[in-house]
Design a protein around this ligand. Structure first.
Ligand code: NAD
Length: 374
């Protein structure tokens, strides 16, 4: 990572075949300079966003772009996971084509992971590829989903089943946009930041521990460093394994249980990050069984600081196991777990027994019982 000016921090995704793009943490006001710097021609641009982000931040983005000679056209979609659908994809196609885009018209995905994935897929497929600029507005999107080129929509048979790998030309994250995030979305993002620290950056873990109270309350002065350091883990993984043939799977730490929790609870009861946080506790328990030298209590205690209020009612082990098997069947893959051999070092295994899974879930329930004091 290097600092370009006082106001921006920059990474670069440099893929083995020579494709490269910058990842910037900076104020929205400097975005147009970056659009120039990556060689986009000022003119029309299409902004895809959702209603929550539009109400809070679209005016700023629009006026910033206009001040530099851009002609932005915004499409505002409903907020929520249901928007990652064929219906809304079509809506983007219709709006873009009716408005008169050409192959040089950039598409700005201005929102959380839902908008990033959906608009990214639209950019991949419209006129066989428009320049894509990710302007993520949630913590999850800034440190994870906007980086690495996975785009797509959901299908009735499962999440993210239709999509493409399509790298953006630029990822531009403004930390101040996160100040308007609802509290649970912030917590959900922090869970992903902890995940990045666990799988890839012991220093980030120590930073989180040292400044937890301030970070939890979103102190603006720490956000750029937090975001830039968490992004770096994703960048490192993606440049080594763009298409998830191996290493990239470690980003799924906590996700085998996490997805099952979301499915059994019914989507929406837990945020993705809350479910992943609980899944990470289970994954840490499994890791500790194999690697007793892991600082288990230390690692769990940071996760347990996340304020997750949802009760775990109804999340029985047998339902969770069924849900894991469904996921496995849908994706025609084996049940795989990401485990830690040390803080910052993760690996993937399919050698986990049902007995161990049950004990791991028991551990999660016990931790929760202690945390809420029932
Ligand atoms: P999201 O996009 O639904 O955003 C969460 C909520 O926050 C929404 O209601 C949104 O309107 C609101 N919001 C966004 N920015 C805001 C802001 N600045 N202020 C106030 N409210 C704001 O969800 P998410 O958690 O950002 O992303 C989840 C999605 O990301 C899932 O669909 C998941 O599959 C996907 N994802 C993709 C990847 C990838 O590599 N492509 C990785 C992880 C997750």
């Amino acid at each position: 990572m290097h600092t370009v000016s006082l106001h921006s921090m920059v990474h670069e995704v440099a893929l083995p075949d020579g494709r490269r793009y910058p990842i910037v943490v900076g104020g929205l006001q400097a975005l147009p300079e970056w659009l120039d710097r990556i060689g986009l021609q000022r003119g029309r641009c299409l902004i895809v966003t959702d209603e929550n982000v539009a109400a809070l931040h679209l005016d700023l983005l629009r006026t910033t772009l206009e001040a530099f000679g851009w002609l932005p056209h915004a499409l505002i979609l409903p907020a929520g996971e249901e928007t990652k659908s064929l219906t809304h994809l079509s809506q983007i196609y219709d709006a873009a084509l009716a408005w008169g885009i050409d192959r040089r018209t950039p598409l700005l995905a201005f929102g959380g992971g839902v908008i990033g994935d959906l608009a990214g897929f639209a950019a991949a497929t419209l006129l066989r590829g428009l320049p894509l600029v990710q302007v993520p507005t949630t913590l999850i999107a800034q440190v994870d989903s906007a980086i690495g080129g996975k785009t797509g929509i959901n299908h009735a048979r499962g999440k993210n089943l239709i999509g493409a790998f399509y790298q953006p030309e630029l990822v531009y994250a403004d930390p101040t946009l996160l100040l308007t995030l609802p509290e649970r979305e912030w917590t959900s993002g922090l869970a992903e930041v902890i995940k990045h620290a666990l799988i890839g950056d012991a220093d980030l873990f120590a930073f989180l521990e040292a400044h937890w109270e301030v970070i939890r309350h979103r102190a603006a002065e720490l956000l750029p460093q937090l975001i830039a350091q968490a992004m770096a883990v994703k960048v490192r993984v993606v440049v080594q394994d763009e298409r998830e043939s191996g290493l990239r799977a470690i980003l799924n730490f906590g996700h085998t249980f996490g997805h099952a929790i979301e499915r059994v609870a019914g989507y929406g009861r837990f945020t993705h990050g809350e479910a992943v946080a609980l899944g990470m506790l289970a994954a840490l328990w499994l890791s500790h069984q194999r690697h007793p030298e892991l600082p288990f209590d230390r690692l769990c205690s940071l996760i347990l600081k996340l304020p997750i209020a949802q009760p775990l009612d109804g999340l029985t082990f047998s339902l969770l196991l069924d849900a894991m098997q469904v996921d496995k069947k849908t994706l025609a893959s084996r049940l795989r777990f990401v485990l830690l051999q040390a803080l910052g070092k993760a690996y993937v295994t399919d050698k986990v027994s049902v007995g161990e899974l049950q004990a791991a879930w028991q551990f999660v329930l016990e931790m929760r019982r202690l945390a809420v004091g029932t």
